[in-house]
Design a protein around this ligand. Structure first.
Ligand code: TRP
Length: 364
């Protein structure tokens, strides 16, 4: 099996090893040029390919694009929010925004029918994206199954530019369904550069590192395709938030995540039950302090609940010195989660009719 499997279980950690093995550059080196954002400042967006060109073009005021995709799996949780926050960062920059709903991929690799994908994408993803601030009027949003003839044609033609060796080295012995969805994804990634979308332009694709195999082959295809000109897409990689109990955050295990539509009391209970880095006894805790790196509540604060670095640093130092207890940390997280969910759920209600109207107007 190749080292990164885009359809397998998400592996957490070992980011620096993967960066080295695959030639992913550290974001820290280009941080000055990146837009101001807590995910960037905190190293949660840690790696990239080709971002210098993208950022320089943006700086010169040229047309740039951001493209990413959603694989419908289950409810929309804080793990998913990491990518949405990045979409919004590029939207604020003035980039063209393209979002693909990966219903063909879900059909081919997860045995999910197109109707179910559609419902999940609209209810769980689109409505939450809009509530968080996605401006649909400025977004090219589409389902892979309805991407249009030019999109489908190119996605098939891209196959010509890859060798058997490249495909096997990248995906192992992937099934036809996986290969078809990979080819569809190359077209997704190059879509902002299609002639009918204004032609070639620097494009960034913010993803988890599990998607890097697709990025690598899209960059390959982009440089070889003859029928129209494409720049190699740039990419950034974000760390995966771990589940509240430690280990993997998974849509099939509600205790591992907080959904943005969770009942507030339920969300607070999940925080109460989360794995912390606190020591077993009070005495030990006061003496040794908490192990922040194994604390899932602190991770939630750092990824999504605390915007100000000063505030996060204060919590980090008090908690790791033992001055703050796990219970007190959880109290902070519960209060912040309550505020965030209350605000989000109101916005989501307001977003619903807008999303319905958008889908109807666009005939999607
Ligand atoms: N394969 C992605 C996933 O599993 C979804 C996806 C489809 C995507 N098309 C894309 C991601 C284009 C980034 C860019 O989540």
């Amino acid at each position: 099996m190749p080292e990164i499997d885009p359809w397998g279980d998400v592996e957490i950690g070992e980011y620096s090893e993967k960066m080295e093995n695959f030639g992913i550059e550290p974001v820290s080196e280009i941080e000055d040029m990146m837009p101001e954002n807590r995910l960037v400042r905190r190293g949660i967006v840690f790696g990239h390919r080709g971002m210098e060109e993208f950022l320089e073009a943006a700086e010169r005021g040229e047309d740039v694009a951001m493209m990413t995709g959603i694989m419908p799996s289950g409810v929309f949780h804080f793990g998913h929010k990491t990518v949405v926050d990045q979409i919004l960062m590029y939207q604020d920059m003035g980039a063209d925004i393209t979002v693909a709903a990966a219903d063909i991929e879900a059909y081919n690799t997860r045995d999910m029918d197109l109707e179910k994908s559609r419902r999940l994408v609209i209810e769980e993803y689109l409505k939450n994206y809009v509530a968080l601030g996605l401006d649909l009027d400025k977004t090219d949003f589409y389902f892979q199954s309805e991407a249009g003839n030019r999109h489908q044609r190119r996605s098939k033609q891209f196959a010509k530019h890859l060798t058997q060796n490249e495909v096997e080295a990248t995906y192992g012995s992937a099934s036809p369904g996986k290969i078809a969805s990979a080819l569809t994804q190359y077209a997704d990634i190059l879509r902002p550069q299609f002639p009918e979308n204004g032609g070639k332009k620097p494009t960034v694709v913010p993803v988890g590192i599990d998607q890097d195999p697709h990025i690598r082959l899209t960059r390959e295809v982009a440089s070889k395709y003859q029928e129209s000109e494409f720049l190699k897409p740039a990419s950034t990689y974000n760390k995966f938030m771990r589940g509240l109990q430690g280990g993997k955050m998974s849509s099939s295990d509600p205790k591992s995540y907080i959904a943005l539509t969770d009942d507030i009391e339920e969300a607070k209970q999940k925080i109460d039950q989360a794995k912390t880095g606190g020591q077993d006894s009070l005495e030990e805790h006061r003496q040794e302090g908490a192990d922040i790196s194994e604390d899932m509540v602190f991770e939630l604060l750092a990824f999504h609940l605390v915007e100000e670095d000063d505030e996060l640093e204060r919590i980090r130092s008090e908690y790791s010195s033992g001055e703050m207890l796990s219970g007190e940390l959880k109290q902070i997280a519960k209060q912040k989660v309550e505020e965030l969910l209350r605000d989000h759920q109101k916005k989501r209600q307001e977003a619903e009719p807008r999303v319905e109207a958008f889908l109807e107007n666009q005939g999607i």
